[in-house]
Design a protein around this ligand. Sequence first.
Ligand SMILES: NC(=O)c1ccc[n+]([C@@H]2O[C@H](COP(=O)([O-])OP(=O)(O)OC[C@H]3O[C@@H](n4cnc5c(N)ncnc54)[C@H](OP(=O)(O)O)[C@@H]3O)[C@@H](O)[C@H]2O)c1
Length: 283
Amino acid sequence: MNTTDKILVIGATGNIGRHLVPLLDEAGVPVRALTRDPSRAGLPGGVEAVRGDLTDPESVEKALHGVSSVFLLWPSFSAAGAEPVVEAIARHARRVVYVSAFSVRDGVDAAQNGVWGQIEELVRRSGVEWTFLRAGGFATNTLNWAEQIRSGGVVRAPYAGAARSLIHEADIAAVAFRALTEDGHAGRSHVLTGPEIVTQADQVRIIGEVIGRPLRFDEQPREEARAEMIAAWGDPATVDGALDHWASIVAEPEPVTTTVEEVTGRPARTFRAWAHDHAADFR
Ligand SMILES: NC(=O)c1ccc[n+]([C@@H]2O[C@H](COP(=O)([O-])OP(=O)(O)OC[C@H]3O[C@@H](n4cnc5c(N)ncnc54)[C@H](OP(=O)(O)O)[C@@H]3O)[C@@H](O)[C@H]2O)c1
């Protein structure tokens, strides 16, 4: 790419965006960061922050002027409202890197692939050059336990034995940086995971070791967890999908890929490394 080409980062203040924006900025790539509130975005000095809301396609369109590539995430469990946003992106940009999920399967109906499959389909149909980052579970999901850990030594959650290949958000950002700034990623779906399998009980143990306090996993019955998750996430189908997935990976762990290392040249960070990076969140 031409290094003067501007990149619009959607989700610039999120887990991935917080790593991606500095990577681009430090490499001298002009970045425009989309946020609903630039005054609270806390982005590196020199990065252009613009107000925009994905529920208001016109605001996104304004942010797209002069942009050649877009980092896209869709922070909702519903694809409603995504079509005009994706169409606006395709009118302005040549390239899109979209954060999808590794649950997406090729060759099945888009509706079976949840919101991620539906957004992938919209992006494909729009005619823009695309790369999909089909990420597994983010290690940041375990921040949901932070309050329980800070206030006591017990994490109450379902499926202690769910065997996960959680990924560090910095590794997703590192792959996104490559896909946005190098050629050779067009039309490719990168399946991204952490480097190892760690059960949920072991995730809790590792966090405890890192913060220097023994922690215990208290297995929560599925129905109790389901009620809490529906209250938090709002979408019963997504909650049931997540619970079914965790139940299935007790016996058959999630896959582990080497894509992070293949794309970036360095191995994906371990869950222990992630816990070190986030120790302050749990103390
Ligand atoms: N968690 C997982 O295990 C997992 C696995 C696979 C894929 N994913 C995907 O990863 C994405 C989340 O990435 P993340 O963790 O980096 O993000 P995040 O930390 O959840 O942050 C959400 C970002 O989206 C922005 N945002 C939210 N609503 C918006 C709106 N209406 N208009 C414009 N911007 C909006 C926020 O920006 P402002 O608040 O500054 O506006 C913020 O930067 C989701 O799309 C999810 O589907 C997650």
